[in-house]
Every structure is written in C-alpha cells, then in structure tokens.
Design a protein around this ligand. Structure first.
Ligand SMILES: [Ca+2]
Length: 290
C-alpha cells in the first residue's frame, strides 16, 4: 500500500512538471513531522538577450523532490512560478526585458511530503532583447529618361537597354575612339527621395566587360556626390552573371544615385551591362525594450 501511494505521488509530480505555471498542485498535505529538505546552493545567473538563465548547485544529499522558482513576470503582470526536478541545475527564463530592471526570484525546495525548505532570494537582470527588423523590397520603376552616363558609346548600347528586361540587349560606354579613362557611371535621377536601398545588375551576356571596382554614390542635387561604399570585391566577371548588392542604409534620403565604375575586369576604358535595377528597401524595426 505504501508503495502504491508513492507511485501515485510520483504520477502527481509528473503532472505538476507537465503543466508547470498554472496548475501546480501540492503533492500531499504538509506533514510537519517530516524534516525540511536541503536548499539549493550557489545560485547564479546569466543575462542573455531577452532571457535569464538561472544556475544553482544541487545539494550533495539531493534530498528534495521539486524546486519551485517564483518571480514576477513583468510582461504578463503576474506572479508566476516554474518547477525544476532534483536532476536539473539550471532554468531558462525567457521573454524577459532589460528595461524592467531586476527580476526577483525566490527559490524553495520541496520534498515528497510537500515540506518546503527556507526560501532563498536572488535577483538578476535580463540582457537587452534583440531588435527585430522586417525588410521589404520593391523595384523602383524607372524610365530611360531618368538614366544618364558620362560616356555613352554613340554607335550602340543605348542606356535604355538597361531597363528593357532583355538580357541580350546591353548598355555600353564608349569603346570607339576617342576612349576616355575611368571612372564612368550610370546615373539615376529619382522622382522622389529614397533612403535605404539596394541594386541589381546583370553583366552583358557575351563580350562582357563588367565592373571590378564600383563606387556607390548618392546626391541630392546631382552635383555634389557622396561615396557611401566602394565595392572592390565580389563583383561578377562572367558573361550574364548577376549581382545583387547588400542593403545600403545611408542614414539620409537622396534623389540621385550613381553606379560609378572605377575599374573593370581587364582594366578597359569602357564597361557594359545587360540590365540594371534599383530597389527601395523598407525596414521596419521593432524594439521590445523601447
Ligand atoms: Ca537589357
């Protein structure tokens, strides 16, 4: 009979583990004739982004059955608790925020007779929760009259070919005499300001002369230019190869963009491209700590 009672108690305990916060039930009535179990030792904590990890040492006699950890959950505005078995020596508390300051935890061990140890207190702060970003990208509709260059080849490769969706039609800077040295650019005059952006291009399908080093430039008057990045690695050299840039966050709006080629593969005095696109990038940030 005693054995049966013990297994019934274990079954109840298993239920308590499974249902955790809301449905913790006493394992049995308090029995003041049973000695209190040992308390845990050496409580410490790690602060992680949006999380606190509690650590402790299980006493050498391991004579408790449950460890109950209570705290005030600032997010839900409720006192909650979690339960650990004697086999655990840590507990992850998630959905915590740095802005709430100290989380005050109370720890109490219980034996099978539901006799509790003395309560121990420990305070810990959460690490700052991670800011999340939602990024959406849209192609900016461009027309040929928004594009210009400082070095159009007169006999072929008009700049409008960058926008026609045809990977075999190409834009070409001047290869016929007289050639001029780099830099040579494609400029885009926008109809409205943008801020965060990225761009795409595709090399000419054959006889390609792609940029090897590029300056990404922005302007608000089309005269004064700011180089926000020099891309000197990772640009494609193969015919028909595609390139999508990183997302640029210049921290200001602009109305003019330049794709300024300062060196081509093979160090030619001209370059060509099949297609070009500019993307407006919308970045929504969510800061749980705000
Ligand atoms: Ca084309």
């Amino acid at each position: 009979m005693k054995v049966f009672t013990k297994y019934a108690t274990i079954a109840l305990a298993a239920l308590a583990f499974a249902s955790c916060d809301d449905n913790f039930e006493p394992l049995a009535g308090n029995d003041t004739n049973v000695a209190a179990p040992s308390a845990i030792q050496a409580i410490s904590a790690d602060s992680l982004p949006g999380q606190i990890i509690l650590h402790w040492q299980v006493p050498s006699d391991s004579n408790y059955y449950l460890l109950k950890v209570k705290y005030y959950d600032h997010l839900s505005g409720k006192d909650v608790f979690r339960v650990a078995s004697v086999y655990q020596d840590s507990m992850l508390i998630d959905n915590t925020l740095r802005k709430f300051g100290n989380y005050d935890f109370s720890f109490q061990t219980f034996n099978e007779a539901n006799v509790g140890s003395q309560t121990q207190s420990f305070s810990a702060m959460s690490g700052r929760a991670t800011i999340t970003e939602t990024i959406s990208t849209s192609t900016i509709p461009l027309t040929a009259d928004q594009l210009s260059t400082n070095n159009q080849e007169p006999s072929e490769g008009p700049i409008a070919n960058l926008l026609d969706g045809d990977i075999y039609s190409f834009f070409h800077t001047r290869w016929s005499s007289p050639q001029i040295p780099m830099p040579q650019y494609v400029q885009i005059d926008l109809t409205e300001p943008i801020e965060d952006f990225q761009f795409y291009y595709q090399n000419r399908a054959w006889s390609q002369v792609g940029p090897e080093i590029l300056e990404v430039q922005i302007s608000n008057d089309g005269e004064t230019w700011e180089t926000i990045k020099t891309i000197s690695a990772g640009l494609p050299s193969a015919g028909g190869a595609e390139y999508t840039s990183e997302i640029f966050r210049p921290g200001k709006t602009f109305t003019h963009f330049r794709f300024n080629c300062v060196q081509t593969y093979g160090s030619k005095n001209y370059f060509n491209l099949a297609e070009f696109r500019l993307y407006d990038v919308d970045i929504q940030t969510y800061d749980p700590e705000a």
